[in-house]
Design a protein around this ligand. Structure first.
Ligand code: ZN
Length: 270
């Protein structure tokens, strides 16, 4: 079975991820903040929604749940909502904690849960825990924790929690495809260049993403290998980032968590 992953654009810059297969018409949605665009996608492609995966409680990720449950009910179709156990998710009957496994048989999809406190306290990600996909690709749905070239704001957690969460993601296999929930890449890379202006991979990637966005093409998914090269929030160990963070903070920063906390604060006002 070959899985397919398609972006459903929502609001101004959200991506709702639609997981399907070439073999049947079943559908799983990740973070459906807007039911209308999902229902249009379901009807246009003649699909059956069987499950929803939620990464965290923010409305632009959960706002479509109730309408999608009602949509399925009106056709007498079952719909299972998965979400973080530590957050209050509407209609969630499968609360998840770290290392829980989500098994969607219809799509031959097995995902492992990773706890990622920081953006919110109960934020989770889903990563496929085996190589069941035919092309051996690893996939990660990480909501608002890791973005391409950036990371989520610290709404609820501490910088230390977010630093630890991002380390969990950067230790995933290099070929893991990163399906984050927003098209923030170009703005993130503009900031990244201010923090690490001599990073040659970053300079080249900025040019590449600029061209993609001029053509209105998505820059997502990214891959973990690239994020480790260009994302300043995974690069607190970089000497150049440390020097620039120290200039911004106007004090000596003693460890990588302090460097991370400083650039996260810097980005908030950039
Ligand atoms: Zn959020």
């Amino acid at each position: 079975m070959t899985q397919t992953i398609t972006a459903i654009p929502a609001f101004s810059d959200n991506y709702i991820w639609a997981i399907g297969s070439t073999d049947n018409n079943h559908l799983v949605l990740v973070d459906p903040g807007d039911a209308n665009v999902c229902i249009e996608y379901i009807n246009t492609n003649n699909l059956t929604l069987i499950a929803i995966l939620i990464t965290h409680h923010h409305a632009d990720h959960t706002g479509g749940i109730n309408a999608l449950v009602n949509f399925n009910k009106s056709m007498d179709k079952k719909l299972t909502i998965y979400g973080p156990a530590k957050e209050n998710i509407p209609q969630c009957e499968c609360p998840l904690n770290e290392n829980d496994i989500v098994n969607i048989k219809e799509l031959d999809l097995t995902l492992r849960v990773i706890d990622l406190p920081g953006h919110t306290l109960g934020h989770i990600a889903y990563v496929n825990s085996n190589n069941s996909t035919e092309n051996n690709t690893n996939i990660l749905f990480c909501g608002d924790t890791l973005f391409s070239g950036g990371c989520g704001r610290l709404f609820e957690g501490s910088a230390e929690q977010m630093f630890t969460s991002l380390n969990k993601l950067s230790s995933l296999a290099d070929n893991t495809q990163v399906y984050c929930a927003h098209e923030y890449t170009l703005a993130n890379l503009t900031f990244a260049l201010a923090v690490e202006p001599n990073n040659q991979e970053l300079i080249a990637y900025y040019q590449h993403v600029s061209q993609l966005r001029q053509q209105n093409k998505a820059s997502i998914p990214s891959i973990i290998h690239r994020e480790k090269q260009i994302n300043p929030f995974l690069r607190a160990h970089s000497a150049e980032i440390k020097i620039n963070a120290q200039k911004y903070a106007a004090k000596a920063l003693t460890n990588n968590i302090d460097v991370f906390a400083t650039i996260r604060q810097w980005k908030d006002t950039f």
